[in-house]
Write a protein that binds this ligand. Structure first.
Ligand SMILES: Cc1ncc(COP(=O)(O)O)c(C=O)c1O
Length: 405
């Protein structure tokens, strides 16, 4: 191991939402923060150094994305996904959620139906509602501990929809969709002429033997109807730098998508977003290749500990991401009690499953992108909470999650 993922980094007093805003969102300080989807690891020197050098330069004028930036992106997709993308297909935006909202605004009308697959990353629902579109839930089916797409329901809903929002890999259920599933999805979307926004922000963190397949790489049909959103933000813990890399192979769709970006003058990017993305794609591979098994080990630690000590809580086997989906239904608590149980009794800040929509009730999302020591501390506190039979107070303060996490 070249990199030390066990090192505890104190993030307090950095204005980070995860550790510094606990009281605002959970009504309590000093919780063990395993909620917001960023990691507690420091970025590797290969990414930090160019950022530090640029910061030391001290002049931060308007900055273009050089050929080197585009080469870094193209090379990453070739190396990691064997996908030959063209420079023209790359359109940056200040994040994936902004790209989703812009897509909705440009390609659909007020009142149009948009399909999402709950339980899913809650800003999808928020985006549909904030843009005054109508939400069509194609809820995933949980069968024998494994989430599947409800194809019959999708076929029906696609008849009246304009757009489909895919989460690939899926947050929070951690599915990595197979080529066959993506093909099937493509067939349905083709028959009903749906645009696909494919949020692939978690693509780089996938556990063997699973493999991420870029939606737009699967077929010419999917390439012709997909806006795919990628970023280094989850992969390399650069979310604060706010840059996403959208890949849009279709000329017509790209022209429209670019226009909406240009209209708001979002084509310029933050210097550090550009530098961080470029350095990560060029030099971050070894760090990532060590991070993935570390995260898998964290998952196994959680699974084994809970099996042995808290069998009422089970972990849905993750195929990717640093987010675990905990099935807490056997605790027999309603969603308010469940949230309060973790905050009050376990001193743990997790994300409430119910926030992810239908299918989220009775579940909690745990972020394992942190040193193992912190995972163990969290697990021990759950075990201790289970032994505490004092009543759970459900009116102890806010138990919210910010929209963008
Ligand atoms: C599936 C998914 N999409 C998008 C985001 C956020 O993307 P951004 O910060 O680029 O808007 C997250 C963050 O948790 C996420 O899990």
């Amino acid at each position: 191991m070249t990199y030390d993922f066990n090192k505890i980094i104190d993030r307090e007093n950095t204005s980070c939402i995860k550790w510094d805003y606990l009281n605002a969102f959970f009504g309590k300080n000093n919780l063990n923060a395993m909620w917001v989807a960023d990691m507690d690891f420091k970025v590797p020197p290969e990414i930090l150094k160019p950022i530090e050098e640029r910061a030391a330069h001290g002049v931060f004028g308007y900055t273009a994305k050089s050929d080197e930036f585009y080469s870094a992106v193209i090379s990453w997709f070739k190396r990691r996904y064997d996908w030959n993308i063209e420079k023209d297909w790359i359109v940056t935006s200040p994040g994936v959620v902004p790209a989703l909202n812009l897509t909705m605004q440009e390609f659909t009308e007020t009142g149009d139906n948009i399909i999402i697959q709950p339980p899913v990353y809650f800003p999808f629902k928020n985006s549909v509602e904030l843009n005054e579109r109508k939400l069509l839930d194609n809820a995933l089916i949980l069968r024998n501990g494994h989430y599947e797409i409800d194809w019959l329901d999708l076929e029906k809903k696609a008849e009246s929809a304009e757009m489909f929002v895919l989460c690939s890999p899926h947050n929070p259920v951690s599915r990595v969709w197979t080529t066959e599933e993506l093909e099937h999805l493509g067939d349905i979307c083709q028959r009903h002429n749906l645009l696909i926004f494919s949020d692939e922000i978690h693509a780089d963190i996938v556990f063997k033997p699973y493999r991420h397949t870029p939606t737009a790489k699967v077929s010419s049909n999917l390439a012709s109807r997909t806006i795919a959103a990628y970023a280094t933000s989850k992969t390399f813990n650069l979310a604060g730098l706010q840059l996403s890399v959208n890949i849009v192979p279709d000329d017509e769709i790209r022209k429209k998508f670019k226009l909406t970006i240009e209209r708001l003058h979002l084509c310029m990017s933050n210097i550090f977003g550009i530098l961080g993305t470029q350095a990560a794609y060029n030099h971050g591979e070894q760090w990532l290749d060590e991070l993935i098994p570390y995260l898998r080990q964290n998952y196994l630690t959680v699974r084994n500990y809970l099996r042995e000590n808290v069998p009422e809580i089970t972990v849905i086997k993750p195929e990717g991401t640093f987010l675990l989906w905990l099935d807490c239904r056997k605790l027999g608590l309603n969603d308010e009690e469940l949230a309060a149980f973790f905050v009050q009794k376990a001193n743990l800040a997790l994300t409430n499953g119910i926030m992810f929509g239908p299918g989220g009730s009775g579940f909690m999302r745990m972020n394992i992108g942190c040193p193992k020591q912190n995972i163990i501390k969290g697990l021990e506190s759950i075990k201790k909470a289970m032994a505490d039979d004092s009543p759970i107070l459900t009116d102890s303060g806010p138990a919210n999650t910010p929209d963008d996490c």
